[in-house]
Design a binder for this molecule. Structure first.
Ligand SMILES: NC(=O)c1ccc[n+]([C@@H]2O[C@H](COP(=O)([O-])OP(=O)(O)OC[C@H]3O[C@@H](n4cnc5c(N)ncnc54)[C@H](O)[C@@H]3O)[C@@H](O)[C@H]2O)c1
Length: 325
């Protein structure tokens, strides 16, 4: 039997659905107990050499971990989801280790979550809920969305779905990207592309939706927050390290940032002593933008298909999927 290591929590929970199918092809699923969000470097380096292929989530897939895997049995890797910032892609390429991800699986879901943050922050829904539960009847003055300007940083699959929702709420939608995006694609979702400084300088609401790269780590630093309109709403559904959290905290303290919705953090889970917890104009998530039953099932299916193809079952289909290394 070939061994398929599954470390991604979303697939681990539903692996029973695929067990018989995998075994009928001579593949044994291996599902180690996952305590937190991901396995660390030592855990991955210990497991990967024993697996022929792996389906991983946010786990540590740095260079030495991949090298350890390839010294053993590992012949292919699926990164469940979109972000591949946890994978050392140059090392994987050098090792000849094929790595695939599953892009486009949950653009709608992450965009929905981003707008959940926007609506909650604009209308203080989370505060009203707390007040009613405490037996009080506090009424809050919110902010109207129609006519305001939305700035979306990152105009890929998720960013464009965010634009579409923004336009439907009557927002003026602008966005920035490091590559030119086809204006027709943007027009279809009611958006126009502008330079980063223009977007963040004009927006009443900024939503971060780009992939994390070495170049955009701490893109949102003290200087960027200072360029924004005073009282801006800031939402990050992309990756924590794109935002310098100490700069965001200072901007929240000074009122430069009026409210923030954060699904992702520099360190996850958010440390217990993070000063962010003290702001009631902040709304937090648990890095769960893709977490709907439908999106998880869709992504599980394709991840299993890719892994089976890498292990020789339907290998001709590999060309149709997204190889990142
Ligand atoms: N919160 C969650 O649970 C969750 C779920 C899925 C994905 N994500 C994150 O969302 C990211 C985006 O997903 P996607 O499907 O839209 O990816 P995508 O690859 O379709 O689009 C990302 C876009 O960001 C652009 N970009 C890169 N650097 C930029 C910068 N400095 N400024 C502006 N744009 C920049 C890229 O050119 C690209 O067009 C993923 O890489 C992942 O990190 C988060």
């Amino acid at each position: 039997m070939k061994k398929l290591l599954v470390t991604c929590g979303h697939l681990q929970r539903h692996i029973g659905r695929y067990d018989a199918e995998l075994r009928s092809h001579g593949i044994e699923p291996w599902v180690p107990t996952l305590a937190g969000q991901q396995f660390d470097a030592a855990e991955m380096a210990a497991m990967l050499p024993e697996a022929d292929a792996a389906i991983a989530g946010d786990d540590d897939l740095s260079g030495p971990v991949l090298e350890a895997g390839v010294r053993g049995r590992l012949r292919g890797l699926v990164r469940w989801g979109i972000g591949t910032d946890n994978v050392d892609k140059p090392v994987a390429t050098r090792l000849g280790l094929p790595v695939f991800n599953t892009p486009g699986m949950f653009s709608n879901e992450v965009a929905d979550l981003a707008f959940g943050h926007v609506l909650n922050l604009a209308r203080h829904i989370h505060k009203m809920d707390r007040e009613v539960r405490a037996g009080r009847w506090t009424r809050y003055e919110g902010t109207s969305l129609a006519g305001k300007t939305l700035g979306v940083v990152g105009l890929g699959g998720i960013g464009r779905e965010i634009c579409r929702r923004g336009a439907a709420f009557g927002l003026r939608v602008t966005g920035s990207d490091v590559v030119p995006i086809d204006p027709a694609l943007l027009a279809a979702v009611g958006a126009v592309q502008q330079p980063f400084e223009t977007v963040i300088g004009q927006a009443d609401i900024i939503i971060v939706a780009c992939n994390l790269t070495a170049e955009n780590t701490h893109l949102f630093n003290a200087e960027a927050f200072a360029r924004m309109r005073r009282g801006v709403m800031f939402v990050n559904v992309a990756r924590g390290p794109i935002v310098a959290e100490t700069a965001l905290i200072a901007a929240l303290q000074s009122g430069q940032v009026g409210s923030a919705g954060l699904d992702v953090f520099e360190v996850e889970p958010l440390p217990a002593d993070s000063p962010l917890r003290g702001f009631d104009n902040c709304l937090f998530g648990t890095h769960s933008g893709s977490s709907t039953g439908e999106a998880i099932e869709r992504t599980n299916r394709i991840s299993v298909d890719i892994a089976m193809a890498m292990l020789g079952i339907g290998a001709d289909r590999l060309a149709g999927w997204n190889r990142v290394a």
